[in-house]
Design a protein around this ligand. Structure first.
Ligand SMILES: NC(=O)c1ccc[n+]([C@@H]2O[C@H](COP(=O)([O-])OP(=O)(O)OC[C@H]3O[C@@H](n4cnc5c(N)ncnc54)[C@H](OP(=O)(O)O)[C@@H]3O)[C@@H](O)[C@H]2O)c1
Length: 338
């Protein structure tokens, strides 16, 4: 009796923890489900590679992985699925594109520079066929109308926005009084108005389980002299995103604020004021994108790229704010021209 029990237990755990079956092609995934529909565990015709023991138990491991990745129910629809990513041509945006492109039929890549967008399309070879480059300067609010118009035109065929990633951003070090009105306006529009407006433009095309990911920054949590404007606008992104998440709770749309520390991209400079800049806890765009996409899929409210950055953020929030600000100034003082 004991032997039979152990044999069954061993079989069960082998089925559960054995190596994953091959990735199931998107086109051959099971039909979309309507909200509340019960999951059908009969995967006899499943196209993945079932393991012998899992078949015996009626479990297909690849199916389990699929259900883990996409635990939400969907309406049975043949709508075209779309991802919209701003600042998609380089840095963090490009890494996010690589990780979400398989979730959708088309990925609308937004940026100011068409040749950069075309080159990421070419770089992603087969996957790149899905990329639709859209040139937009997000600091020009009129450009949002072209996105609205494109969505309206496409909506007659039926579309669903599965991902909206508000990632575009720019900034520089320096005393606030050195910023022109134009620069202030560009930064505020690009970081604050654009994400809020794009959310409003896209939400009507989103459904339960679709994802909004707004890229803020670790700088959102503290007033930071000498990247004052940048940090203040990122505070807006963080606050707006957290509140929007709550507003959209009943709709089932997932909303994540991504607050990474320093990332090795073109946004940061190598030297300032004749000094090579040291960026503590700097991470690669690949790592940040991987963590952000994973957290957003899980429906987390906040994504921070590493334990180190999480700890520093926690520390900043639990020490007197003036002390935290002074520590920051001490750290970066040497990089700022007097
Ligand atoms: N690097 C960091 O240390 C760091 C840390 C925390 C958060 N972040 C955030 O991460 C996001 C991505 O930045 P990144 O580090 O990947 O920098 P990046 O390599 O410079 O990428 C920024 C992207 O934003 C686009 N962009 C900038 N201004 C735009 C505008 N007005 N209209 C349309 N697109 C615009 C750029 O595209 P085009 O130039 O082609 O238009 C570029 O593709 C930003 O929101 C940034 O604030 C960065």
């Amino acid at each position: 009796m004991k032997k039979i029990f152990f044999a069954i237990a061993a079989l069960f755990f082998a089925a559960l923890f054995a190596p994953a079956a091959q990735e199931v092609p998107f086109a051959s995934r099971p039909p979309k489900m309507s909200p509340g529909q019960k999951i059908d565990w009969d995967f006899t015709n499943w196209p993945g590679r079932p393991l012998p023991c899992s078949r015996a138990l009626g479990i297909n491991l690849s199916s389990r992985i699929y259900l883990y990745k996409k635990p939400f129910s969907r309406e049975n629809t043949s709508m075209k699925t779309i991802a919209i990513v701003t600042g998609a041509a380089g840095g963090l945006g490009k890494e996010i594109v690589k990780r979400i492109i398989d979730d959708v039929d088309e990925l609308w890549a937004i940026g100011r520079n068409l040749s950069k967008l075309e080159s990421i399309k070419a770089e992603l070879a087969v996957q790149g066929a899905k990329i639709v480059p859209i040139t937009m300067d997000l600091s020009d609010t009129k450009s949002y109308d072209s996105l609205s118009a494109k969505l309206t035109a496409e909506s007659s065929q039926g579309i669903e926005i599965r991902w909206l990633v508000n990632n575009a951003g720019a900034g520089r070090f320096g005393p606030s009084c050195g910023f022109s009105t134009q620069e202030i306006s560009t930064s505020v529009i690009c970081h604050c108005i654009a994400p809020a407006a794009l959310c409003n433009i896209c939400i009507p095309y989103m459904k339960r389980g679709d994802i909004i990911m707004n890229i803020a920054s670790q700088s959102a949590f503290l007033p930071l002299p000498f990247i004052n404007l940048y940090a203040a606008t990122k505070s807006f992104v963080y606050s707006y995103t957290r509140a929007l998440r709550q507003e959209l709770k009943d709709s089932g749309i997932k909303v994540t604020a991504v607050c990474p520390g320093w990332i090795q991209t073109n946004l940061i400079v190598d030297s300032l004021n004749g000094q090579k800049v040291k960026y503590p806890l700097i991470d690669t765009a690949q790592n940040v994108a991987k963590k952000a996409v994973r957290d957003a899929r899980k429906g987390k409210a906040l994504s921070i790229n590493s334990l180190g950055v999480s700890f520093v953020t926690w520390l900043q929030q639990h020490m007197p704010q003036s002390l935290a600000i002074n520590c920051w100034v001490l750290m970066i003082k040497k990089y700022i021209k007097k």
